[in-house]
Design a protein around this ligand. Structure first.
Ligand SMILES: [Zn+2]
Length: 264
């Protein structure tokens, strides 16, 4: 049975009302990246996190600078994918596979640091700057290294999630299309005694799913497809109600799968 471990690559501060209907006050949101230790595929990353290419460094496009200025994420370089890998005795060069759940900037900013990885996506890069997608963050040869998850064998998912795709052909990691938030957005199901669903950006907070408190306008403007987004939320809610464990990218509540760098 495989379970991921997550590092928090950055913090966003925002008003809770923007991300949770009826929310009050301000909240600090993490940006998780995941690491899977697979017996034959080795170190596998889930997403490329939020890194300094978003916030500093020469050659950033005006759009990227504007995005960074609007959201001003605080990058936690001591909790980068490379720091997480180092803590597990690996390097960026060891990573052969990265599961890219979608192309929003805060999920892809370290991808250029992985020269040997192939990128598993649900379809090609779609959308554009209006949807928070910045091609400059992708490796120049991204298209050549991209693999469509729909080329993997189909597999039944637990707790009513329907059918997914068996990423490694051994039933350990199953990709779950969860459209709506962004084009090609997908989650990852880890079956076993206590099935786990990493539902990524289906919502910001678990309460938005479990208590049906997904925010409306203006957050709805960010969705790629509002109808599909609501269907994906309902699917994840049913999974949780059936007893599954759900983890999201940006929910600040600690999970048993979170890793933190040692204090120095
Ligand atoms: Zn996103």
């Amino acid at each position: 049975m495989i379970r991921p471990v997550f590092a928090n690559t950055a913090d966003y501060r925002t008003r809770q009302a923007l991300i949770l209907r009826g929310g009050t006050g301000r909240v600090s949101l993490p940006v998780r990246v995941g690491l899977i230790d697979h017996p034959t595929h080795g170190a596998v990353l889930i997403d490329g996190g939020c890194g300094p290419r978003l916030t500093k460094g020469p050659g950033r496009s005006l759009a990227l600078r504007l995005y960074s200025w609007l959201l001003h994420p605080v990058i936690r370089e001591d909790s980068s994918p490379m720091a997480l890998l180092a803590a597990k005795g690996r390097t960026a060069a060891d990573v052969q596979t990265i599961l890219v759940t979608h192309f929003h900037a805060d999920h892809i900013s370290y991808l250029r640091d992985f020269p040997n990885a192939r990128f598993v996506t649900d379809g090609p890069v779609r959308g554009g700057l209006r949807h928070g997608i910045f091609p400059a963050l992708l490796p120049d040869d991204f298209a050549q290294r991209q693999i469509d998850l729909r080329s993997f064998p189909q597999a039944a998912l637990p707790f009513g999630l329907g059918a997914g795709y068996d990423v490694f052909g051994d039933g350990t990691v199953l990709a779950v299309p969860l459209p709506g938030h962004a084009a090609g957005h997908y989650g990852l199901c880890f079956p076993g005694d206590d099935p786990l669903l990493y539902a990524v950006d289906v919502q910001w907070l678990l309460a938005g799913i479990l208590q049906d408190r997904a925010p409306g306008f203006p957050a709805s403007l960010l969705a790629d497809d509002t109808t599909a987004a609501h269907e994906s939320i309902a699917l994840v809610r049913a999974f949780a109600q059936a007893g599954g464990t759900v983890v999201l990218c940006h929910d600040p509540a600690p999970t048993p799968f979170d890793w933190a760098p040692p204090d120095v």
